[in-house]
Design a protein around this ligand. Structure first.
Ligand code: DX5
Ligand code: ZN
Length: 224
């Protein structure tokens, strides 16, 4: 299990996205939060911005779709250049068909769970996915406080992944910072989204390095 750090551009300067992407060189993916003001009470960006950003950076794009009707819209994000596309299971009409379509179009397929959504009903779907995203805040805004009550769900999900012997990444998103990343890594997460903890600092690239070191020190491969 290797640690990946994905800075969220939600906390970056939207007028300077190409520069902000360069400011986190060394990051594994750029996390791009797509919000439609229906699934969440906020509005951010869509396909044209993803298309331009994918041309402006070599860092692959991890698109987190907080939108209604992902069955209809997610494929367009693959076509726009996203390397990974995450849809919310609460919004998807046919998650298996959608995950297969995302994969068939050439991106990694990922499914997200809001804090109140349990993992257990989706155990049989896990082989269809390349990544599972456990939200550690209610989706919609950056800079919210990490929900500690999500740690048991992260642990149970890691156990399911290991029990089935799956090569499935486990991402956490929301309130991940120097204060909380170690708890997430200990619980079994291996992909960490961080917005304000990266772009809210003077040296975003350094923040990425430090978060990576902290997570690696507490992750599954490290001595406990
Ligand atoms: C929240 C978004 C997150 C957000 C995280 O709904 O999905 O990706 O950018 O921001 P921080 O790390 O500041 O909580
Ligand atoms: Zn996100």
């Amino acid at each position: 299990m290797s640690v990946q750090i994905n800075p969220s551009i939600l906390s970056a300067d939207f007028a300077r996205l190409a520069e902000e992407a360069k400011a986190v060189q060394g990051a594994d993916w750029l996390h791009v939060d797509v919000m439609d003001n229906h699934f969440v009470p906020n509005l951010t960006l869509g396909v044209p911005v993803v298309e331009s950003l994918s041309r402006a950076t070599d860092t692959p794009l991890d698109c987190h779709l907080m939108i209604e009707a992902p069955d209809r819209w997610a494929p367009a994000y693959v076509e726009a250049g996203a390397g990974s596309v995450t849809f919310h299971v609460e919004a998807a009409a046919a998650p298996v068909r959608l995950a297969r379509e995302i994969r068939a179009k050439g991106a990694r397929a990922s499914m997200a769970l809001r804090p109140a959504t349990a993992i257990e009903p989706y155990e049989d779907l896990l082989p269809e996915l390349d990544m599972l995203l456990i939200m550690t805040v209610e989706p919609g805004f950056g800079g919210q406080a990490f929900l500690d009550i999500m740690l048991p769900k992260i642990r149970r999900t890691r156990q399911l992944i290991d029990r089935h012997g799956l090569d499935l990444w486990l991402q956490v998103d929301g309130g991940v910072s120097a204060e909380t990343i170690e708890r997430c890594a200990e619980a079994g997460a291996d992909v960490f989204v961080a917005g304000s903890a990266v772009y809210g600092t003077d040296d975003p690239a350094k923040a990425v390095r430090q978060l990576r070191e902290q997570a690696a020190a507490k992750g599954a491969d490290s001595p406990r």
